[in-house]
Design a protein around this ligand. Structure first.
Ligand code: ATP
Length: 375
């Protein structure tokens, strides 16, 4: 087990810069998830750590050792990649046993370890099959079993669950989490599935265009996204992002005017609110209202899409809530859970609005003065 440190890693493919300047320290025993849209550089980062790709510049350490020039097989990393990399002429058992065989583990012990690993990924009855006789999901589980059959310094997993059906994916997710906890092996895990990232990670590195946008524990990424990219990327349905302007402490966007609150700052601002941070205003006089565009029952709640002039927002309502397209609906914002972003830089604005007690107080009330003095 070991830490992994990428210092000023740059990766160019010809004139294309896939990773401009990556700095990332992964602690010994940490579960780090690289999350981001297709093409953002997740796999490239992983392949550099594995030794399958050479960094153009920069230093890579596993533990205290600089490993830039160390061959993949000598780095003591176990990999599970999207395309499995199974040996077609070997059985499932042979594939899983391979890392033990090359390390000279005796046959009886190999067989014992293979059975344990195969049980963990629910492959017990298929040990004598060849990879071509397996489904994509089964092949992926062979690759997973082959990685977990021994205890390497580092696990590298690139979308290891992408070919599994929804139910098996949830089971395997828990299995990976349990295993990593049990073995304490430093793990780098690539996914574009944010639920996987949120559930598995100690820390998530959200990437875009080869750059880390935010590196933090999942709760922080969700509760305090550092910028508009992270805010829009994490959450399903995504955070509502409404572009408007703050003037004299009031946020306005089209017909929406939040004059019950004193907002910090001035100028073009993006107001963000997650669907679950809105509550139905039964009296119809909430912070935002409009005609219902769609209602989607998920089982545990309803997602209500409301048409505002020029935009739509999604709010979560209780399962028992009844509304239909064409009706009017009104929602309050939980103002302690809103997010503000500077439109020009995209960066999070740290201060939140405060509630103004009655319009006559505003903007000279104690609360108004307080919020302005915080700026
Ligand atoms: P995905 O989720 O689709 O797998 P990713 O985040 O893993 O995407 P990478 O595979 O790391 O993305 O690719 C990062 C960028 O580098 C992409 O724009 C890709 O086209 C480019 N790239 C990757 N490998 C090469 C290569 N061998 N030659 C040229 N460009 C490459």
């Amino acid at each position: 087990m070991a830490s992994v440190t990428l210092s000023n890693i740059e990766k160019r493919f010809g004139s294309f810069v896939a990773l401009p300047q990556l700095n990332l320290s992964i602690a010994d025993g940490e579960f780090l998830v690289l999350l981001g849209p297709s093409g953002c550089g997740k796999t490239t980062t992983m392949r550099i750590v594995a030794g399958l790709e050479e960094a153009s510049t920069g230093v890579l350490r596993i533990g205290d050792n600089i490993v830039n020039d160390i061959l993949p097989k000598d780095r003591d990393v176990a990999m599970v990649f999207q395309n499995y990399g199974l040996y077609p002429h070997m059985t499932v058992a042979g594939n899983i046993a391979y890392p033990l065989k090359v390390r000279g583990v005796p046959k009886a012990e190999r067989e014992r370890q293979v059975r344990i690993a195969a049980e963990k990924v629910e492959l017990g009855p298929l040990l004598e099959r060849k990879p071509r006789e397996l489904s994509g999901g089964q092949r992926q589980r062979v690759a997973l079993a082959r990685a977990i059959v021994r205890t390497p310094k580092v696990f590298l997993m690139d979308e290891p669950l992408s070919n599994l059906d929804a139910k098996l994916r949830v089971t395997m997710r828990a299995e990976i989490k349990h295993l990593q906890h049990e073995l304490g092996v430093t793990t780098i895990y690539v996914t574009h599935d944010q639920i996987e990232a949120m559930t598995l990670a100690d820390r998530v590195a959200v990437m875009n265009k080869g750059e880390i946008q935010q590196l933090a524990p999942p709760e922080e990424i969700y509760d305090r996204p550092a910028n508009l990219f992270v805010a829009g990327f994490i959450g399903s349905p995504p955070m509502n992002l409404i572009t408007g302007e703050i003037t004299n402490g009031v946020f306005r966007a089209g017909a929406l005017s939040l004059d019950k609150y004193q907002f910090p700052g001035e100028g073009k601002t993006v107001f963000g609110i997650r669907p679950e941070d809105m509550t139905v205003a039964e009296d119809g006089a909430g912070d935002v209202g409009g005609q219902i565009y769609a209602v989607e029952l998920t089982g545990e709640s309803n997602y209500v899409t409301i048409q505002l002039p020029g935009t739509r927002i999604i709010a979560r309502a209780p399962r028992s809530w009844r509304g239909k397209p064409g009706d009017m609906a009104s929602f309050n914002f939980n103002m302690s859970r809103i997010h503000l972003f500077d439109l020009d830089t995209g960066k999070r604005v740290e201060h939140l609005p405060t509630e103004v007690r009655g319009t006559t107080d505003h903007p000279c009330s104690e609360l108004g003065r307080l919020s302005r003095s915080q700026q």
